[in-house]
Ligand binder design. Structure first.
Ligand SMILES: O=C1O[C@H](COP(=O)(O)O)[C@@H](O)[C@H](O)[C@H]1O
Length: 271
């Protein structure tokens, strides 16, 4: 894989790395390698791999996991799948993040169906968020999901996030009160600026308690939000949600293409 650039960033941030790729094909290969390596390390250490997905373009960029060598080398039976955010629609609806992942990924690899934890799509957004938090609590008790040693939050082995052009991650949108939620693990919104309006989402404390978080963003339309998030514009109050996604004890990796990296400050990554 040819990286245009990769750099570890320090400063106020604990552990953050930027990986900028020449093409989407190369980004996809690097992303598959990264996920496969974390899966292997987690299975070795804990016997399982608890991974939370998002929706959107991320899922297509994970496609190489369904191909050789990953389809044979990854220990799929040890994977437990969750969603960092989900649209409150039926599971067979075109807007469902579950459906997207099932059609493009989960149906193509030997994941155990009972390890796939999608939301309850028969109840309100509020109930779906409560139900999902309950499911996660049970799996924390049985240690399928680890527990953070710095908060009472679950510690996912990996949370994969996409990012919208407005800088939203999961369904945490700019200037929305859900971004301030500190007590719940999973919250709901009914006024998403991006349709569909009803969604559930991991809260920031859960994202920031993970062992690993990756933010995957590609294309020109994301360049400004990448700049605001990564360059810490107005660092006391970051102007986009992606800028406050930073695991306190874990590692954050940004996967970008050149277009998304093109507005980074003093950028050796500029297109
Ligand atoms: O609505 C959503 O959007 C974001 C970003 O999607 P993308 O297609 O621009 O990559 C996604 O990460 C999130 O899961 C989804 O619900």
């Amino acid at each position: 894989v040819e990286l245009v650039g990769s750099m570890a960033l320090s400063g106020g941030h604990k552990d953050r790395e930027l990986r900028v790729h020449e093409s989407l094909d190369e980004l996809s290969t690097d992303l598959a390698d990264y996920i496969a390596e974390l899966s292997e390390a987690s299975v070795k250490e804990r016997g399982v791999f608890a991974i939370a997905l998002s929706g959107g373009s991320l899922i297509g960029l994970m496609g190489k996991l369904c191909e050789a060598p990953y389809n044979k080398t990854v220990d799929w039976a040890k994977w437990y799948i969750f969603w960092a955010d989900e649209r409150v629609v039926a599971k067979n609806h075109a807007d469902s993040n579950y459906k997207l992942a099932k059609d493009r990924l989960l149906s193509k690899v030997p994941i155990i169906p009972s390890h796939v934890h999608s939301i309850n799509d028969t109840v309100s957004a509020e109930e779906a968020a409560d139900d999902y938090e309950f499911v996660i609590r049970q799996l924390v008790k049985s240690r399928v999901i680890s527990v953070s040693d710095i908060s009472d939050c679950p510690k996912f082995d990996l949370i994969l996030l996409g990012m919208g052009p407005d800088g939203h991650v999961a369904s945490l949108f700019p200037n929305h009160s859900a971004l301030e939620e500190k007590d719940e693990w999973v919250t709901f919104i009914t006024d998403s600026p991006k349709p569909p309006p009803e969604r559930i989402t991991f809260t920031l404390p859960v994202i920031n308690s993970a062992s690993n978080v990756a933010i995957v963003a590609t294309g020109d339309s994301k360049a400004e939000a990448v700049h605001l998030a990564v360059d810490d514009v107005g660092s006391d109050s970051p102007s986009v949600p992606a800028g406050v996604a930073q695991p306190l004890k874990g590692k954050l990796v940004w996967f970008l293409d050149k277009a998304a990296a093109s507005k980074l400050e003093g950028s050796q990554f500029s297109a």
